[in-house]
Design a protein around this ligand. Sequence first.
Ligand SMILES: Cc1ncc(COP(=O)(O)O)c(C=O)c1O
Length: 416
Amino acid sequence: MKHSRRDLFRLAPAAGTWALMAQALKAAPGDPRPDNEDYWRLVKRQFPLKEDLVYLNAANVCPASRGVMDRHLEFLRDFHANPSFQNRDKYEPLAERVRGKIAAQLRVTADEIALTRNTSEATNTVVQGIDLKAGDEILLTDHNHPSNNDSWKVRAKRDGLVINSLPVPVPAPSGEALYDAFAKAVTPRTRVITITHLTNTTGILYPARQIAELARRHGIWMHLDGAQTWGALDLNLRETGCDSYAGSAHKWPMGPLEAGLLYVRAERIPRIWPAIVSAGWSEKLAGARKLEVFGQRDNPRMVAVEAAVDFLNLVGMANVEARMRALATRAKQKLSETGGVRLKTNMEPHLSGGVVKFDLAKPELKPAYDALYSQHGLGIAMTASGDARGLRFSPHIYNTMDEIDRAVAAVKEVAS
Ligand SMILES: Cc1ncc(COP(=O)(O)O)c(C=O)c1O
């Protein structure tokens, strides 16, 4: 049966199958331009989000679309209906397909991708896996996530490494200033520079390419925590030039929970040891595959990441980034015009992305945070104290401009 465009628009969310969702998005009214609300409303309808919730916390966890969930469920049903070795054989080529699609999305090769359980595990694989000796220096920032901060401190304590942690200016004065702080801090003993590509704390987008070039000139390993950029920005890791990059499928890629990736640049793969070795591990495993043999994996979840990458590709990664930026920019503009609100995130696109942080002129944030959820239905994040103190919006493609306006109006109410 052939569906008209109108039928597809109506049917897709209810039917919830991948094929219908794909058809609906392909037949959607107009292009996925950032300002085409009709298109993005259709995207929103692919998600199971509650009607009365304005969910603005992509930086933490994203919902999966119905189509992605359905494909995940199909694998789960298949696995549990027939857990025999014979039936499970197919998961290996399926995992290879996921690896290939992630690699293509990040513009690197499949051999450079390990399928991990999240960003934390991927980063810790680097922390534990590189040969370092007493006196070697690790250069990082005060705003690194604990998985890329405390993890290094633990290793430093064990092996006598020296941690040099740079403060993060809020907001960032310029890309040059961010770069210069690293250039000045490099010493002949620096072995690793490890930063957050886009910080979850105040939303700064670091000049990763320039810092990677600096690292390359000095023979330093450059690791990038991509928890806030995979699935949000249209990336080219080859051009970025980092040695390793970590990401989580359950954040901006809108994939299954507890699935992630570690990219290691081909030339660096021989220099990294696996942190975990189990059945199936062998010296002969090609490329970064040696870093993902953790024992029995959740095969259905691992291969369901393919659906998340397919969904991003269906919309187009450049369109995803443009829309996400349009939503974040609207939020930043409106928040900066709101009394009692101080925007902490930069406005400039080359210094920011989808994370929007702002503080209120109130001694305590918790009452406002609680009221935003209980009275206005806003699912957001809060940092209670410190230089990253504030409330955080992180909108994604399932949000509408109207939701941004409602969220800012709610902030105005609690800020006054
Ligand atoms: C910058 C950054 N790195 C790492 C992580 C950890 O991600 P996961 O819990 O998926 O490992 C987060 C989580 O919010 C994050 O924001």
